[in-house]
Design a protein around this ligand. Structure first.
Ligand code: ADP
Ligand code: MG
Length: 729
């Protein structure tokens, strides 16, 4: 058994790294060559059709059949010039990841000759034979059809030999079955609500764009070692493994120099990303050994999310070329940091203003304050939903652990800005303010940029932090589709802005001047959302107590967290803003809890198998060798000497027996708990059972296995150890 482990290690040592032939050193020379972007559309499709597509992108207009045909034909011609032979609709099913089904451009004419074709109807809509995608009860077998429909706002691209067309995925009855469709709706809702509010400050604004800049964390593991760990292969995380004597305590990995082989890998996937128009810009080591991060320049949220999904795909593929496996799991290794995906989020106008960046004039700053306060209020209103949108079997290991944001949803603004809001709260009053008071207030609002200049606060313990010109949603898990948190965030903020507009207009109708009305409503929101503002240490126990006093929820249990999808508050929010219907929310709830349950089920099975087939036999074998040796000692030494010398060994023999007995017993109990859970028909009952009665065994069984790892002869241990997984590169 152990030979597998040593073979894997030997393979790592003998690795010959691949030489990658890079194109030109100038990124600008190949940036976007595999994307059917505006410039290429202009070249490949007739002017009128081009105009229609641009209108569809900007205003959401429909594209008619004739135009679709022209676009398809141009797209095909371009794609073939980039080496494509096939095309596919590319979408984000709720399983996570992306899905595609490839068809060749091939057609056979009446004369029996082959030719390439791609028609508008194939571009615009398809019916993937996809009844096996998760739908959470939305599709019965008789209506098992789902449709994919072209999203012209995200450009088509060529990946390998395939033209990929970004699409939404909906059921036969029109319900959404993916992340993209509701994301687009939430973006539209936010656009409308924010444009309305912008009118108070600038009548020229006609569009508000939500932006996303993601930071993708990941681990790299040598493929030989990875394949010698069935738990990594099947669950993407280690279900056992004693901590390495050295891990991240010296803090020598973060921003250290990147290992050569890793650099080669990074360069390789960055080049492919750049060809696909993904603006990756930053690369560095992360806190844990063999943990890294990449981040792009931010983009419009829908495109940015497509790009994140695409780059994850590229990273997986490219890793194999370098004999690596990339792990996107949120917590592949116990005891060292897990991986997140910070979502840097902001709103900007078509007049080029970032609404979360203070400006040079008091008016611009009023606008900034308006959007800032409304976002804080939205997070306060819908903290439970935001938590539910980022919670998963993997991410639960990060939330509330002392390395990642806690599961209490709070907002960090920095002491200066937070102090400024407190100050405003005190100074604005419902009574008429004197002209002097008003002038002083305006002056102070004008000073915001200076305040922010020396706002160097960086609070890593906050799940949702303001970082100067954007909010950073830090609790998002590394494997997550950013669509999930963004749908909730955009909708919550849109809803809040609608409310703000309504309340402000009411005050104005009662005769209060615009600026004062805005300030009064903002003051009210500052007071109401104050409990969600937290500047201190989010890891501390004091915060848990304090948060409870403030009425903030701190929910950690999966079945409870996901119930938020079914609450009236959530349903009203999504229905009011036309983003998700009740039926769609129910299906999303079901899918999320099923995903959670299945992951725990698989982890539990894998752990059971490994314990029974790998660990116990190894421990017993080692124990036998100890028994043998003790017998030998008895033959050689006098009774007194024997007692002294054999003591340690006999102690080990006992310990091994204890651990093995407990592991045996707990594996049996866990299997029984699974059997009981699996019999339950309703998925909400199943998750309760898995969460409360199966999941705890993963921890306790692991504890005893890790103890055995420290006792058993290293030569015999069947699985690569943490020090090997985390330090081989
Ligand atoms: P840090 O690690 O300090 O948070 P990074 O450079 O790793 O910084 O990541 C910053 C991310 O924030 C990048 O993806 C960047 O594009 C994004 N970002 C910067 N400004 C904005 C903005 N106004 N809106 C959205 N994202 C932004
Ligand atoms: Mg960041």
């Amino acid at each position: 058994m152990a030979t597998i482990r040593f073979k894997a290690l030997e393979e790592v040592l003998n690795r010959k790294y691949v030489d990658v032939v890079f194109p030109s050193n100038k990124i600008s020379e190949y940036y976007g060559i595999n994307v059917f972007d505006t410039e290429k559309m202009r070249r490949y499709i007739p002017v009128e059709a081009f105009k229609s597509v641009m209108q569809a992108i900007e205003k959401g207009n429909r594209i008619d059949r004739k135009v679709a045909d022209q676009v398809a034909s141009g797209m095909k011609e371009w794609a073939i010039s980039r080496g494509a032979t096939h095309y596919t609709h590319w979408f984000h099913p709720l399983t996570g990841g992306t899905a595609e089904k490839h068809d060749a451009f091939l057609e056979i004419g009446n004369d029996g000759k082959a030719f390439e074709t791609f028609r508008g109807e194939l571009l615009a809509q398809q019916e993937p034979d996809a009844s096996s995608f998760p739908h959470g009860g939305l599709r019965n077998t008789f209506e098992a059809r789902g449709y994919t429909a072209w999203d012209p706002s995200s450009p088509a691209f060529v990946l390998g030999n395939t033209l990929c067309i970004p699409t939404i995925f909906i059921s036969y009855t029109g319900e959404t079955l993916d992340y993209k469709a509701p994301l687009l709706k939430s973006i539209a809702a936010l656009d409308k609500a924010a444009v309305d509010v912008c009118q108070y400050f600038d009548k020229n604004v006609t569009k508000v764009i939500s932006n996303l800049g993601w930071e993708q964390e990941y681990f790299l593991v040598d493929s030989a070692l990875f394949h010698a760990r069935p738990d990594l292969v099947l669950t993407q995380r280690t279900l056992m493994g004693h901590a390495s004597a050295k891990d991240q305590q010296l803090e020598d990995h973060y921003f250290g120099s990147i290992p050569e082989r890793v650099i080669e890998y990074m360069k390789d996937f960055e080049i492919e990303s750049h060809k696909l128009g993904i603006p990756v810009k930053t690369r560095h080591n992360e806190v844990a050994p063999n943990q890294f991060e990449c981040a792009p320049v931010y983009e419009e949220a829908n495109l940015a999310n497509d790009h994140n999904q695409l780059i994850m795909e590229l990273m997986r593929k490219m890793a194999h070329k370098h004999n690596f496996e990339v792990l996107f799991h949120e917590k592949p290794f116990a005891g060292v940091n897990g991986s997140g995906k910070h979502n840097n989020w902001s709103m900007s106008t078509d007049t080029g203003v970032n609404l979360l960046q203070p400006g040079k004039t008091p008016k611009k700053n009023m606008q900034f304050l308006t959007f800032l306060v409304n976002v804080v209020k939205a997070v306060h209103n819908h903290g439970d939903l935001l938590r539910a949108s980022i919670y998963s079997a993997g991410n639960q290991h990060r939330l509330g652990a002392n390395e990642a944001p806690p599961s209490i949803m709070s907002v960090f603004l920095g002491t200066q800005l937070s102090g400024m809001l407190d100050d405003l709260e005190e100074r604005i009053s419902d009574d008429k303010m004197t002209p002097d008071e008003k002038t002083a207030l305006k002056l102070d609002i004008g000073k915001i940029p200076e305040i922010l200049l020396d706002n160097t606060d960086r609070n890593r313990t906050s799940p949702f932090a303001f970082t100067g010109n954007r909010f950073e949603f830090r609790a998002v898990g590394s494997s997550e589709n950013c669509g999930a948190p963004l749908i909730s965030l955009n909708t919550a903020v849109a809803d809040q802005l609608v409310e703000f507009k309504k309340e402000t207009d009411e005050l104005m109708e009662s005769g209060i001047k615009k600026d004062e009305a805005i300030l009064q409503i903002l003051r009210k929101y500052i007071t109401e959302s104050k409990p969600a503002r937290f500047e201190g240490n989010g890891y501390g126990d004091e915060w848990k107590k304090e948060a409870e006093k403030r009425g903030l929820t701190n929910i950690n249990s999966a079945p409870e967290v996901f119930k938020t999808y079914l609450s009236k508050k959530t349903r009203d929010l999504f229905e009011r803003n036309n983003v998700l219907s009740e039926k769609e929310l129910e299906s999303r709830y079901e899918i999320r809890i099923e995903q959670f349950t299945k992951k725990i089920q698989i982890e539990s099975r894998v752990l059971g198998d490994l314990a029974t087939n790998h660990i116990i036999p190894t421990a017993v074998k080692y124990q036998n060798s100890l028994i043998e040796s003790v017998r030998g000692l008895k033959e050689i030494f006098s009774d007194d000497e024997y007692k002294e010398i054999s003591k340690g060994r006999i102690e080990y023999i006992k310990k091994i027996s204890e651990h093995v007995t407990i592991i045996n017993k707990e594996v049996e109990e866990m299997t029984e708990a699974r059997r009981i859970a699996n019999k339950l028909e309703k998925c909400n009952e199943r998750i309760e059972e898995y969460y409360s009665n199966v999941m705890p065994y993963l921890e306790t069984i692991r504890y005893h296995i890790d103890k055995l790892e420290m006792i058993v002869d290293d030569e015999m241990w069947p699985l690569p150890k943490y020090r090997e997984l985390l330090f081989s590169r």
